[in-house]
Design a binder for this molecule. Structure first.
Ligand code: G6P
Ligand code: MG
Length: 217
């Protein structure tokens, strides 16, 4: 049974979740309300458009079509400024160890992210070459928790969904992986990601024997 591994980007490979948060917080403050890190959990894995809709609900703000579009652009401009100087030092601990192990074992690897900035980020941190395919916010119409992004990744890897393993830091992402009938591995707080089949705080907790077991299943 050929296996495939699918990685989310933000909060799994790189700690960009904090930059997304800062950019949304800046917009919220400009619009005159607060936006907490706890509220930011709802934004993880969620498309830019949906994030702004939720933000406006939080702030009890209405927006015209023009305002909505402008704020989406503003947020991304700020986000791009935060990630401008990103480099390999921002790769989360032991991510390359796992990618390297998979490569050495000829396991196909995909990125499955809601972000439209995924490819330039992988380039900046020098990890692009590990990925056989990239499915991101530019390729999908339905956002996580819909399984579309992961199902498309599996298809492009030519691996059956049930033979795919997904690493996710977002509740919506874990739900998407489960809905796709894939093995879901939560990276982060196991209380938040309680629906995941396996939980790890980060990749330093994952050893290659565990990966081997997944490959042999
Ligand atoms: C990821 C992040 C979300 C973000 C989404 C869209 O899934 O976890 O917080 O909103 O990507 O990112 P983008 O870079 O396209 O604004
Ligand atoms: Mg994420």
């Amino acid at each position: 049974n050929k296996k495939g591994f699918i990685f989310d980007l933000d909060g799994v490979i790189v700690d960009t979740a904090k930059y997304h948060y800062l950019a949304w917080k800046k917009l919220a403050n400009q619009l005159g309300f607060e936006f907490t890190e706890e509220q930011n959990e709802l934004f993880k894995g969620v498309s830019r458009k949906r994030c702004l809709e939720i933000l406006l609900e939080i702030g009890n703000r209405e927006a015209t079509k023009e305002e909505f579009d402008t704020w989406m652009i503003d947020k991304n401009v700020d986000y791009l400024e935060y990630i401008k100087n990103m480099d390999a030092s921002e790769i989360l601990p032991d991510v390359p160890k796992i990618l390297q192990f998979l490569k050495e074992n000829n396991v196909p690897i995909a990125l499955g992210s809601a972000s439209k900035n995924a490819q330039p980020i992988l380039e900046k941190v020098g990890l692009l070459h590990y990925f056989d395919t990239i499915v991101d916010g530019n390729n999908v119409t339905k956002a996580k928790p819909d399984p579309e992004v992961f199902l498309l990744a599996a298809k492009q890897l030519n691996v059956l969904p049930e033979n795919c393993v997904v690493f996710e830091d977002a509740v919506a992402g874990v739900e998407a992986a489960n809905a796709a009938n894939m093995v879901s591995i939560g990276i982060g707080d196991d209380k938040v990601l309680s629906e995941a089949q396996f939980n790890f705080v980060d990749f330093t907790e994952i050893n290659t024997d565990f990966i081997k077991e997944l490959l042999e299943k």
